[in-house]
Design a protein around this ligand. Structure first.
Ligand SMILES: Nc1ncnc2c1ncn2[C@@H]1O[C@H](COP(=O)(O)OP(=O)(O)OP(=O)(O)O)[C@@H](O)[C@H]1O
Ligand SMILES: [Zn+2]
Length: 582
């Protein structure tokens, strides 16, 4: 492809996210002659970003990622005009008109909600989107455009795994159960919003005031009391339920004296940087023994309880992560499950596969290749590329031709979404929080039931309206005014901020098996053909037969790229290999 330098310089590019991929992307865009770049990131620079987000230095910690990225790129590319904003792309001001002001949008994000939001706005604004992602050694770049090809949401993305609440609360048998208990249940119960219902609000806990700090109680005393309940008397209570232990090993209660919390142990060491450091536990890869976990638990709890509630869990918040590690390991001690180091627990709590800088760099290069095709009006030449962990036929890069729009996609093809739930138990609050926001990433939902509005979001609602919708949140679907939302009801859902409208059909199902469907609802109508799954399959099946070859081959035969070995791969080849896989 002949590159038109003037066109590249003129092209208006929006790069969303200035993290691992974003930094590489900005550098590559600038070095390829893009001069009209907007970058946006909501976050500030954290020490943990410095190993791979090379536009940032230690002195930048705490500063805006987007602004520092701009400053660093301007140093080696002063001709560029870079507009940098520290903002959340979901803000209302970044609307359809805003997106229309770009020739192409490039995503370097790390979460599904933001990716979906950008996808919806790109569809509305009819701007092509280059979407990307990396997990460790694997990565992918895909291209989306209204009508001509599949949108980002035409393929269903795997939903995060949820665990049955009874397993988490009473019968864990894997480290992940203990980590999820610590992070989702106990952390939220102790430090989260006091008004939120919790699965830990069992009768005995409420009666004993187990999670409530008493008037005048020190943080340390409170923590010890929580310890005695959670890891001691609660477990003793469970041991009385004989049926529970017929086919399982019985748990062992812990006592404060048994783990060395009695008498002398009172300190929270407020001067220390975090709870574990207060106890001299400096190696993040070491596995703490039970007594060390108990001490970290007490100190972390005593520190966190002094903060203003609600505290939300953040894996980069040291006290929070140390609390989670300690709780998880103490529960593991109860249940005979292997303990984890802080490092491993952090990986599990943050669903982290550690980032590989090289993968981010390769993916960013691929994004720019696709962006170049788009701004040269060669949308037909754009394609998906998967970066494989193991070479396939000697190649680490796997090109695939783009998918067609999926007629079942609710986002680009207006298809109806089906919600299956027990309408006598599922509340309107569940519908909004778990289904619309949680599963479908609708940012600011409005819901119409027949001719009446049952939900609205926005700063301009008056108090009465907010109260009215909150009262409805507590009702089950079948008890909503106007005859109730029952089997076959169709709701109209709308999100103005995403220019996204769809119909939601409700199907009632009486019986739910908590083990298999812990969420208590199913979404149907999405085509299960995850692009991730395709990449996964490519990696696994072909790794088996592939001979080892560590040459990284870049398979673009049209764009001149130096310093990288090139191989020829035309679209027919790509199609053939895709068919084979299917
Ligand atoms: N809604 C959003 N609006 C703007 N930027 C976002 C939004 N969601 C995520 N981001 C940004 O996308 C970037 C993704 O980068 P990356 O995956 O490297 O994450 P990170 O937070 O830098 O690193 P890590 O998660 O590994 O600590 C982050 O800088 C993050 O702040
Ligand atoms: Zn779609």
């Amino acid at each position: 492809m002949e590159i038109d330098r003037a066109r590249v310089a003129r092209a208006r590019v929006l790069a969303v996210g200035a993290g691992g991929i974003g930094c590489e992307l900005l550098k590559t865009l600038a070095l390829h002659g893009f001069e009209n770049i907007t970058t946006m990131d909501l976050d500030t620079i954290d020490v943990s970003n410095l190993n791979r987000q090379f536009l940032f230095r230690k002195r930048h910690v705490g500063m805006s990622k987007a602004e520092v990225a701009r400053e660093s790129v301007m140093k080696f590319q002063p001709r560029a005009t870079i507009d940098a904003t520290r903002a959340n792309v979901k803000e209302a001001r970044f609307d359809k008109e805003y997106f229309k002001s770009f020739d192409v949008v490039l995503n370097g994000l790390d979460n599904l909600e933001a990716r979906r939001h950008v996808n919806r706005l790109c569809l509305a604004a009819e701007v092509p989107l280059v979407e990307s992602g990396t997990t460790g050694y694997k990565g992918q770049v895909t291209v989306h455009e209204r009508r001509t090809c599949a949108c980002f949401e035409c393929t269903e993305k795997p939903t995060p795994k949820s665990y049955p609440i009874c397993t988490l609360r009473d019968t864990p048998d894997k480290p992940i159960h203990c980590v999820v208990y610590a992070k989702e249940l106990l952390f939220s119960k102790l430090f989260g919003d006091v008004n939120t219902e919790s699965d830990l609000d069992e009768q005995e806990a409420i009666e004993a005031g187990a999670f409530r700090r008493n008037e005048g109680e020190t943080g340390t005393d409170f923590a010890k009391r929580v310890f005695a309940y959670v890891f001691g008397s609660k477990i003793e209570g469970l041991l009385l339920k004989d049926d529970m232990w017929k086919s399982r090993a019985k748990p062992t209660p812990l006592t404060t004296s048994g783990v060395g919390l009695d008498g002398a142990f009172t300190e929270t060491l407020p001067d220390a940087k975090s709870a574990r450091r207060a106890h001299g536990l400096l190696d993040t890869h070491a596995v703490w023994n039970t007594s060390e976990c108990a001490k970290v638990f007490v100190s972390a709890t005593a520190r966190l309880i002094e903060r203003e509630r609600p505290v939300t869990f953040d894996k980069d918040d040291d006290d929070a992560m140390e609390f989670v590690t300690a709780v998880s390991n103490l529960r593991s001690a109860n249940y005979g499950i292997p303990a984890q180091s802080l490092f491993d627990a952090k990986g599990m709590a943050g669903n982290i596969v550690h980032a590989v800088a090289t993968t981010n760099a390769i993916v960013s290069g691929l994004i720019v290749i696709e962006a170049l095709k788009i701004i040269h009006n060669q949308m037909d030449k754009t394609r998906y590329t998967f970066v494989l962990e193991h070479p396939s036929n000697g190649r680490f890069l796997q090109p695939l031709s783009k998918e067609d729009p999926n007629p079942k996609c609710s986002v680009c093809s207006n298809a109806r979404v089906e919600l299956v739930c027990n309408t006598n138990k599922f509340t309107k609050g569940d519908l909004i929080k778990k289904v619309l926001k949680g599963r479908l990433s609708v940012h600011a939902p409005s819901v119409m039931f027949g001719s009446s509005q049952i939900h609205e979001t926005g700063d301009d609602l008056d108090e009465d309206e907010v109260e009215h919708y909150e009262a409805l949140d507590k009702r089950t679907l079948s008890a909503l005014p106007g005859g109730g939302v029952v089997n076959g009801t169709i709701l109209a859902v709308d999100d103005f901020s995403q220019e996204f409208t769809f119909e939601l059909m409700v199907t009632h199902r009486e019986e739910w098996d908590e083990e298999n469907d812990p969420d208590g609802f199913i979404i149907r109508g999405e085509d299960v053909k995850a692009s991730e799954a395709v990449a996964e399959e490519a990696t696994e099946t072909e790794a088996a037969g592939a001979k080892d070859d560590d040459e990284v081959l870049l398979m673009d035969d049209e764009i001149e790229i130096t310093d990288v070995k090139r191989a020829r791969e035309d679209d027919d080849d790509a199609k053939a290999s895709k068919k084979q896989r299917a």
